[in-house]
Design a protein around this ligand. Sequence first.
Ligand code: F6R
Length: 240
Amino acid sequence: AEVVILPTKEAAGDLVADAIVRLITSTPDAVLGVATGSTPLPVYRSLAARSAGLDLSRVRAFALDEYVGLPAEHPESYRSVITREVVEPLGLDPQLVHTPNGDAATIQHAGADYEAAIEAAGGVDLQILGIGTDGHIGFNEPGSSFASLTRVKTLTEQTRRDNARFFDSVDDVPRHCITQGLGTILRARHLVLLAFGEAKAEALAAALEGPLTASVPGSAVQLHGHVTVVVDEAAASRLA
Ligand code: F6R
């Protein structure tokens, strides 16, 4: 992987936004893989600031994951988050932006449906990734198979605590999610992994420099031939 260490997350956001602008300029109907959480926000903000004069109307996007059992209109569902942070500020066509369907009634085929939709779109051109403090990418928690496809997973206690900040209390954080698998993520043509802050340093070092292991799902990126890692000094502090 190519590792780029920048002084601030804003600078990191600008760098990745530039790469996305170049992609969309050459491929107006590019397929973006979008992540939720705090990490990618500087990318989306920078992209929104650059979007004047850029035709984003044909850009397609697939989110990594969704909570199971939260109504789509809940403000913390990833459908809502992607609408608020990506679709609206960038002016994307909401019809072209997909999130896994976390509705309990259709969950049995939701994973296969999502895989089929990604495949029908021709795959993801550029996948934005964050990393969890437990080493997850997407919501592929420790123990996830490197060959896994979109499916339901149980969130670890650590992830639920990490995400409690978006809810009134940790008890309100859903226990299950539907997430692209590590195998799904590895099919994207370019992975862009972002991490900021000391809290991510250990997971990042384990993912990039530790052994390939299902115990550190982020280590799967070592299997991919085109990975760009964009981090601040604090997140890079445990790298060799
Ligand atoms: C989000 C996702 C997760 C997050 C990770 C880091 O769609 O798939 O892997 O990227 O939990 O979250 P933040 O960025 O909030 O620290």
